[in-house]
Design a binder for this molecule. Structure first.
Ligand SMILES: [Zn+2]
Length: 58
């Protein structure tokens, strides 16, 4: 199984941006873990949690 890289500077809760998720989807969209928790508590510019599928994000 592949070993996915962790971001150099992982963002904390509420600090994750959509671009971060795009760059490190395996870290921020993992089934569980600190990346997932941080992304869950962060929102895209449309007010959706980054772990949700925002209909307005590309
Ligand atoms: Zn969005």
């Amino acid at each position: 199984m592949a070993n996915y890289p962790i971001p150099d500077q992982p963002k904390g809760s509420g600090q994750v941006a959509y671009a971060d998720v795009q760059q490190h989807p395996h870290y921020y969209l993992a089934t569980s873990g600190p990346g997932r928790e941080a992304a869950e508590q962060s929102e895209c510019e449309h007010g959706y949690a980054l772990t949700a599928s925002c209909p307005n994000c590309p």
